[in-house]
Design a protein around this ligand. Structure first.
Ligand SMILES: [Zn+2]
Length: 385
């Protein structure tokens, strides 16, 4: 990507090239791009190719000629992204602009066909594979630009990430390196208290090292914490190498845990939100030494493994089922397997699916391999379909 920002950082325009390989066994005649940034405002992301569908988050792009199985091609297009007025992940807050899920990304076609699911207004509907990004973010004016990846001489490189997020504004910055060697940088809006920045930074450094020991070393070198005290629609949001955090009071450890559960070990967040949210919540508990004894509420009327299409219609249940009961299910699994076996299971599972995409079957199979007894009744009793 070659993108140039307006002087105030609210609009970025330029050229995006996406190179990919057809890993299926059939020719590929078209691709789809996801324009998630258009979920609230159809004009926020404008691209020069493809036909944008009615809900504005999908663009169908016919390929000049079908790509044979095993072969690759690339598509290039102009893109303009304007942060909408609003306290969203992709939005503006005073002189600060945030570009979460703004960049067009490839839609996924897997054994279930093309995934063109909608934004449902809560949680995440996203589904991407890990890819290498090379981005030049050219900006003038009085803004600094935190982003996914590591920037050297104006070129930002991010290898094996699922998305690329950035922000622009007159942020106050700081940086420190964790004992484990990850550079943690903070980017705070002007009204965030310095003590809140320091608190978030120390929590993130402890978490990135701890999760690195538990699940495999953090591979991205740098982690950016983008702090704002004005957001009302969300309290934290994970992107590869960059998290958005309300300050004070952000779920810092939870968002850092997502670097592994969503980022390194990916999943279809629309179909299986528990595969990242329950795991990030459980990882936070483990980091904080909270074992949630007695947390399981008993028979549930709905599975914690339900998709976003269900939670869209039952929004008030989403957090308690997917995060709270989902994490408790993992605590109960830990009590069933033993703490050491559970720790080994998560480390092995992360390693086996590093930079990949997991399904519920992948986790259940890995857990079964770590268990001396059959887990079928455990899944049924704990809301995992
Ligand atoms: Zn989360």
């Amino acid at each position: 990507m070659e993108l140039t920002g307006s002087a105030d950082g609210t609009t970025w325009t330029g050229r995006e090239t996406v190179a990919f390989t057809n890993t299926s066994t059939e020719p590929l005649a078209e691709i789809y791009l996801r324009l998630w940034g258009n979920a609230h405002d159809c004009k926020a992301v404008v691209i020069s190719i493809g036909a944008v569908a009615e809900d504005c988050t999908v663009a169908k792009v016919p390929l000049a000629s079908p790509v044979k199985a095993g072969e690759g091609t690339s598509v290039s297009f102009d893109v303009t992204m304007t942060a909408p007025d609003g306290l969203e992940r992709f939005g503006r807050s005073g002189p600060y602009s945030f570009f979460g899920n703004a960049l067009p990304v490839l839609a996924i076609r897997d054994h279930g066909g093309w995934h063109l699911e909608p934004d449902v207004g809560i949680g995440e509907s996203f589904y991407t594979v890990a890819a290498d990004f090379r981005v030049r973010l050219t900006h003038t004016g009085n803004v600094v630009v935190p982003s996914t990846g590591v920037t050297v001489d104006g070129v930002t490189i991010a290898k094996q990430v699922r998305d690329f997020a950035w922000a622009a504004g007159p942020f106050t910055t700081s940086e420190a390196t964790s004992p484990g060697g990850t550079k943690v940088r903070t980017w705070a809006t002007s009204t965030v208290a310095p003590a809140a920045v320091a608190d978030a930074r120390s929590k993130a450094m402890a978490a990135v090292d701890d999760f690195g020991r538990r699940f495999g070393a953090y591979p991205y070198g740098e982690l950016d914490l983008v702090l704002n005290d004005r957001w009302t629609r969300f309290s934290g949001m994970e992107y590869p190498g960059l998290v958005l955090l309300i300050s004070p009071g952000a779920p810092v450890v939870h968002e850092v845990a997502h670097q592994w559960w969503y980022g390194i070990v990916g999943n279809n967040e629309y179909a299986d939100p528990w595969l990242d949210e329950a795991f990030a919540t459980y990882a936070t508990d483990v980091h904080e030494g909270n074992r949630r004894i007695g947390c399981w509420p008993g028979t549930l009327p709905v599975a914690i493994s339900s998709p976003m299409s269900y939670w869209r219609a039952h929004q008030s249940s989403y957090g308690v089922y997917v995060y709270t009961h989902g994490s408790c299910m993992l605590h109960e699994l830990e009590r069933r397997l033993g703490a050491e076996a559970m720790a080994r299971l998560l480390a092995t599972y992360a390693k086996a699916h590093w930079y990949g995409v997991v399904t519920p079957t992948d986790f259940k199979t890995a857990a079964q391999a770590a268990s001396p007894t059959d887990l079928t009744s455990f899944w049924t009793a704990h809301g995992v379909g």
